[in-house]
Design a protein around this ligand. Structure first.
Ligand code: ATP
Length: 322
């Protein structure tokens, strides 16, 4: 509970205390003492949780007892599930504009590494190049603030490391996923999740990196997309969010301590493009390369065997050739 008191919003801390107490329940007094707030404040947080869809019984003998929680990717649900030591706080709400925008705002205001932002719906979800990421309620939308102590040039493969983390997280829920360079996560050949990294840096110093991921959980908001429940019907939105965030945290630790190489092998093992004939176009739609995918390089570039030799692709739109 000490960790909660530092930076996590009180309502999230109250929800976590109720989860921790389980069927035994916990008195308002004990929660208040644990969090250093008044019993009246605990009561108003419990009321706010009820409005969010929590069923909480209260009795003079047992105190508060959590009967059921809503299936939502909100901080109250995600925070108690986060296991990695990276996490220092989890903020957000039912609806936000974009968890990446919110995390960027917090990062600019000095939020520490390990600040997570989660939401159950986004009104302005984005993918690469400002493309829209459909984010209705029923998905898991997560972002986090990282502050890697490396030069920007050392981070070119971080998006791929993050993708490995997302894949590992989803695999802990019993899913089988593939990665499509650079930032798509697929299930059964259909897009399940997208990853977006944004950063602020000077020439030799990174100020912050925000890693965001939107995952379709309860339904498929985009034609031809996949969702978690197609494969894992019993998995909750907050389980998905926590698994993905912990996966990102684990991959990030490895990236920082051992570099990209071990993660590169993992990325390639999950890559849906290796060995495929592809076309690469730039953001204007112009063809930049054609060839067979050999793998990814130490810097995260896509490596192609093209007619004129080996090509390294650092950005672009990859499609399979007919
Ligand atoms: P592509 O997968 O077509 O190469 P991209 O990787 O460049 O796209 P992203 O940044 O991953 O693009 O995501 C934006 C695109 O994903 C949108 O233009 C749309 O085609 C698709 N999309 C939007 N919302 C969803 C969603 N919820 N699930 C799956 N796909 C979506």
């Amino acid at each position: 509970m000490a960790r909660l008191m530092v930076t996590t919003p009180r309502r999230v801390a109250v929800a976590a205390a109720l989860v921790e107490a389980g069927a035994a329940g916990v008195s308002g007094e004990a929660v208040a003492a644990g969090l250093g707030i008044s019993r009246a404040a605990v009561h108003s947080h419990v009321e706010a949780l009820r409005r969010l869809g929590y069923e909480i019984s209260s009795s003079p003998r047992v105190g508060y007892r959590l009967l059921s929680a809503p299936d939502l990717c909100i901080p109250e649900e995600v925070w108690p599930r986060l296991a990695d030591a990276l996490w220092v706080s989890c903020v957000g709400g039912v609806v936000t504009g974009s968890t990446n925008d919110e995390a960027k705002r917090l990062a600019r205001d000095g939020a520490p590494e390990g600040t997570a932002v989660v939401a159950a719906a986004q009104t302005q979800g984005r993918g690469r190049m400002g493309r829209e990421w459909e984010s209705p309620r029923g998905g898991a939308y997560v972002s986090c603030v990282l502050r890697p102590t490396l030069a920007p040039s050392a981070l070119t493969a971080l998006p791929l490391a993050a993708a490995v983390g997302v894949a590992r997280g989803l695999e802990t829920l019993g899913m089988e996923v593939r990665l499509k360079w650079p930032n798509d996560v697929e299930s059964g050949g259909r897009k399940l999740a997208g990853i977006l990294l944004e950063m602020a840096a000077e020439a030799d110093r990174v100020e912050w990196v925000v890693v965001g991921c939107g995952i379709n959980v309860a339904g498929t908001p985009y034609p031809g997309a996949a969702c978690v429940r197609d494969v894992a019907p019993a998995v909750g939105s907050a389980d998905v969010a926590a698994a993905v965030l912990d996966g990102i945290a684990g991959a990030y630790h490895e990236f920082m301590t051992r570099g990209f190489e071990p993660l590169r092998e993992e990325y390639e093992a999950r890559s849906s493009l290796t060995g495929c004939d592809v076309r690469v176009r730039d953001h204007t739609g112009s063809l930049v390369a054609e060839g067979r995918v050999a793998g990814v390089g130490p810097d995260g570039a896509l490596v192609l065997h093209a007619q004129d030799g080996q090509r390294r692709i650092v950005s672009g739109e990859v499609t399979l050739r007919d």
